[in-house]
Design a protein around this ligand. Structure first.
Ligand SMILES: Cc1ncc(COP(=O)(O)O)c(C=O)c1O
Length: 447
């Protein structure tokens, strides 16, 4: 196989990914051919030990810095009971953004006190589930929510710790659909238009709520880190200002997640240790300047922890060469999944790296597009890649770094049962989420 297509960039692939002499790909010492034979494709495969290692790495990066930090794994990236257990074992806290995510976490016996509850439109039922379960804090996202959360806290006779999600007008330099702290979008309370201050004014009237701090999340898959520092500095200044104005003692600074990972060779994420230092230095310097006592910061990485340890395996069904312009052809390689198991390419032009996974090839590389089996021409998994010209039906394709926001965003489009999720721990594979069946589809349909 030509080196360019066979190479496994360790910044993109699980660190346990390797090629046998035959060219066959292994993850955590297990052959992808065996995994595909045993569990069928499409298949999400996680190196569970790497999830644990990355959770520990993230925690250590912040533990080495002066400020106390709770690292919350943002479970929207991918959650199953097994993942919740790994995260708890690594000593991280957890973020959930729906009643469903909370239910999975509680089913895994994740300590409720270490869970934060997010969401821009939480239902009363979700708020009730969060408060009755004893979640550590709730991040309030709107003026409307304050009264609702206070009423439910009163009903349960608790004083609920809350944070306020602030939008601070920061540009995260990432795709619009994953930028969240500029003004013209749905999340949070704007500092610029006075909503944030109004929220504090309302909130302090409710004894059932204890405001512990402000929170900001500027976006996801951020590779240019200046936005993190700008948001942290603004958040600290805003916290000090509101403390002074309302006689409060907010001392938790919620810095959100969004730490980018490498999907393709040209992605160059900044080391998490450097980001931890930047955030600490910024908060320490700014809090000194504005006179804020910071008891704790929080961060919420999702993608960083589960993205690189996960891959997706597909089986090739058809290959169609198309002449794009004179002398340029593109091979459309159709696989047995698609936008139902990975919507990110269609949703926000995400880039991915793919390899031929079951064998080696000495064929020349050709411009290729990996597409799915769905009834949309936008059903693209990998828009442009170079793959051997002899790829043929029955070959296995592995797509790297699909551990975050793929299974968690998967759908049953075209009545497609969602793939199984397999986790590998200490060289042993096990099913974390079983493959859906046609019976599962019919079980929900009441006729
Ligand atoms: C509030 C909040 N926190 C954390 C995250 C996690 O982001 P990432 O997976 O990019 O770290 C998200 C994702 O969009 C989010 O909305």
């Amino acid at each position: 196989m030509s080196p360019a297509s066979a190479a496994l960039n360790p910044a993109i692939w699980p660190s346990s990914a390797a090629r046998l002499a035959s060219g066959e790909l292994q993850i955590a010492s297990l052959s992808v051919i065996d995994l595909a034979d045993q569990y069928a494709t499409p298949l999400y495969v996680y190196d569970a030990d790497e999830i644990y290692a990355r959770a520990l790495q993230m925690k250590a990066a912040f533990d080495q810095q002066p400020l106390n930090c709770d690292v919350h794994y943002a479970s929207k990236a991918f959650l199953s009971k097994a993942v919740a257990k790994i995260i708890n074992q690594a000593g991280l806290h957890l973020d959930v953004a729906s009643g469903g995510e909370l239910t999975i976490a509680l089913a895994a016996k994740f300590p409720a006190a270490n869970i934060a509850f997010h969401g821009n439109n939480k239902s009363d039922a979700e708020i009730e589930l969060a408060i009755s379960s004893g979640v550590g804090h709730i991040v309030l996202d709107s003026l409307h929510e304050i009264k609702r959360v206070a009423a439910i806290a009163e009903k349960y006779k608790v004083q609920q710790a809350v944070m306020l999600r602030a939008t601070l007008g920061i540009d995260a330099h990432t795709h619009e659909f994953i930028s969240t702290a500029h003004e013209d979008q749905k999340f949070g309370l704007s500092a610029a238009d006075g909503s944030l201050e109004k929220a504090v004014e309302l909130l302090v009237q409710h004894d059932a709520l204890q405001l512990i701090g402000l929170h900001s999340h500027i976006g996801s898959q951020i590779l240019a880190i200046d936005g993190f520092a700008a948001a942290a500095a603004k958040l600290v200044a805003q916290t000090a200002e509101l403390n002074q104005k309302f006689g409060l003692k907010m001392s938790t600074v919620g810095l959100g997640g969004g730490f980018g990972i490498a999907y393709v060779d040209s992605d160059k994420p900044v080391a998490i240790e450097a980001i931890a230092k930047l955030l600490n230095d910024t908060v320490v310097a700014q809090s000194k300047k504005v006179g804020l006592d910071v008891a704790k910061i929080t961060v919420e990485p999702g993608r960083f922890i589960v993205g690189p340890p996960g891959i997706t395996l597909y089986t090739v069904g058809t290959v169609k060469p198309v002449t794009v312009t004179a002398g340029v052809t593109r091979a459309y390689i159709s696989v047995d999944g698609g936008m139902s198991d990975n919507i990110r390419t269609a949703l926000y032009d995400a880039n991915y790296t793919a390899v031929l996974a079951n064998r080696s090839s000495t064929a020349p590389l050709v411009l290729s597009r990996i597409v799915g089996k769905h009834c949309e021409s936008g059903d693209i998994v990998v828009r442009d890649c170079q793959l051997p010209a002899d790829i043929t039906p029955g070959d296995l394709i592995a797509v790297a770094a699909t551990g975050a926001y793929c299974r968690s965003m998967a759908s049953q489009y075209n009545g497609t049962p969602r793939p199984a999720v397999v986790g590998i721990t200490a060289g042993q594979a096990g099913i974390w989420i079983r493959r859906e069946t046609y019976e599962d589809l019919l079980a929900l349909d009441q006729g």
